[in-house]
Design a protein around this ligand. Sequence first.
Ligand code: ANZ
Ligand code: ZN
Length: 824
Amino acid sequence: MGYDPKKIELKWQKVWEETSLFQVKDFSKKKKFYCLDMFPYPSAEGLHVGHPRGYLATDIISHLMRRKGFNVLHPMGWDAFGLPAENYAIKTGVNPAVSTRNNIKNFKRQIKSTGLSYDWSRETNTTDPEYYKWTQWIFLLLYKMGLAYEATLPINFCPSCKTGLANEEVVDGKCERCGAEVIKKDLRQWVLKITAYAEKLLKGLDSLDWPERIKEMQRNWIGRSEGWEIKFEIRSLKLEIPVFTTRADTIFGATYIVLAPEHPIINNLESKIENLSSVKKYIEEAKNKADRERISEVKEKTGVELKGIKAINPANSREISIFIADYVLPYYGTGAVMAVPCHDQRDFDFARRYNLPMVEVIEPPEKNKKLKKETSSAFFNGRFECAFEEEGTLINSSRFIGMKSEEARIEIGEWLAKNNFGKKAIYYKLRDWIFSRQRYWGEPIPVVHCKSCGVVPLSEKDLPLKLPRVKKYQPTGTGESPLASIKSWVKTKCPKCGGEAERETNTMPQWAGSCWYFLRYPDPQNQDKIFDSKKVGYWLPVDLYVGGAEHAVLHLLYARFWNEVLYDAGLIKFKEPFLKLRNQGLILAPDGQKMSKSRGNVISPDTLIEKYGADAFRLYEMFMGPFSDAITWDIKGIVGTRRFLDKVWKLFEVKREIISAKEDKDLDRIVHQTIKKVTDDILNFRFNTAVSSLMVLVNSFSNKNYGVWHLKTLLLILAPFAPHISEELWQTHFVKNPTFNVRQSIHNKAWPKYDSQLAKEETITLVIQINGKVRDKIEVAADISEEKAKELAFSQEKIKKWIEDREIKKVIFVPGKLINIVVK
Ligand code: ANZ
Ligand code: ZN
């Protein structure tokens, strides 16, 4: 009987499930290990071959850790709210709850068919009212803590998805979901005060074992900036305009100031503005511009002077003009800047366009002065060519002349502070999180609007506030969600005064459910509490988290935020949820493109598993290349891993008497080496080289006398990668008991230890001669190559001395014995 995965894979999947082999118990005496995948959105298209790459990595690690004696939590669930289900409903009229249920079923079947060792008893689903009850509960907590507020703001709005978006959901000015160009729109919104956690979110990163790239993306997104807030007076109106600058050292070069068109102070200036109508026109135009367009470096900077008013530069008491310009953003710093054309390129472009004065105050350091003057200096041929933005020495700056810019920054800041013109300031780029969506398929926000009490949160006992069924899923685009059309649902009583009230009709964003799901797996069925804190205390934080890098400043930031909030609320005792993070690389379609339904190049695992088996599929996914690299799918690869498994199978078809014949010491060594290599490789995410060393091992069986120990060990270390074939061969060859017993499962067998002594290569003493005379001896591997032997011989200090600069005529290598260098 040859290897037929169809006969064994489904069979073992059933047995493992029926015997709850992979169910894990809370509070074991063993050390815990929480190994988590980013749970998927169950799309209608089902799994494609890219999904399992991460799941297989965590699966293999989970297997290894269990067998090394850890209590491993390895759960799976569904992040199932979101637009696709809703868009599908719009197209077909099928209730998203129904299509989601079907999609989950299909995803689960597919995931199970790859033989992943999840504890399915802990499955969670963000769209299950029993789950989102607690998402709503956390929202109420945020509200009580003053971290959720209502505001009418000009926000990013996707005209195609017809909903407001968070800043994090706008990528290069486009909607993260659909790619449509995002516009600005004034909308009433629920907003979460993530900015209150900017510093904590930044600090927390330092302790995490995450890819440096992801940490850096979060740091940049949070965007901490230290500088000075400096006041510029408008004497005629007795007003002060604070500006935020990171370059206080350049203040003597500040020749005008610029306000964001939205700056609130403009209202107070109106009476004095001589060109009010053109100012108002400009403000109106700026409103509709996307931020991206406003801060674009290539677009020409525009602005309007506020004629009739002047500000005073506090450093030199000079009168300077005031402009409004849209390249200054209202929600950063103070919404106003002091413009230093010679040392800030944006200011330079603006000043050039409007013919504004330029004063050079930072001189480039001596060494690149010449270069700067020739190529990119601030001063060229009597005309400034571009801004010099780097550090240098102060000129034209009164008593600070000659100082280094880095020092002058502090000196000038402190001098201004002493005279009450400035103070130290820290600002963050991070904005509060726009948390409401004008869409249907999301968690209802559990508050009502009462005419007399205003916003009133529901009480905990009224949760979950279930998402009602609607007839029309079409978003309205008016700022209301489709829920607004269900009058009977909207109309309600105020929990506070009992009077007439209306429910909030916006829903939560897709990211809400995934902000805390990792806290639910330890206690997924709890109906009375969000979780049992003992259970969460036992399992959390997550020891290993694996998923795509595209979540760097979305899910991974939001989840850290909620975790910090729950920590502050005293619900959990750890500040960071994910101690170690690894990202899997994309799997690209055979055409080298990203797999997508619209390109029609998606490869589903179904047919591959059907044809080659789940184990061959698993092996290929891991073998195809370094885990975090993007790799092109190649069908030839899976043919190869299938052939490898055929070979493994054949090893066991040899008659037992032969198997237990005289064993081979050479093979002992290779087996020990492979145990070491596979163990290290798995723990370091080098799954591809682990698979290749398994292949080398199997090849070396072919001309060697292998025995029971060799075969057993092969199966024991192959099992995490190819769990079905390993279990089958283990049970048929090494388990006496004909009925399956979980304790006899290969997946419960201790991970083999290797003997480092035996793993050592066999060595010989290689004699090194010069002109036939022995000059040195070295220990080398018995099977050392000629090339390597020569390289080693020539690098020996003694040999180098003997040769000096004499000409080498030839080198003779006698394998296993000596090397003779013939010199003139
Ligand atoms: C004067 C100056 C002179 C500046 C100079 C830079 C160079 P980061 O590092 O991003 O924090 N700025 C401040 N608020 C702004 C706003 N709301 N919109 C647009 N630009 C703003 O950058 C801080 C610098 O960005 C500040 O320092 C300010 O320009 C500008 F030679 O002040 B600087
Ligand atoms: Zn969109």
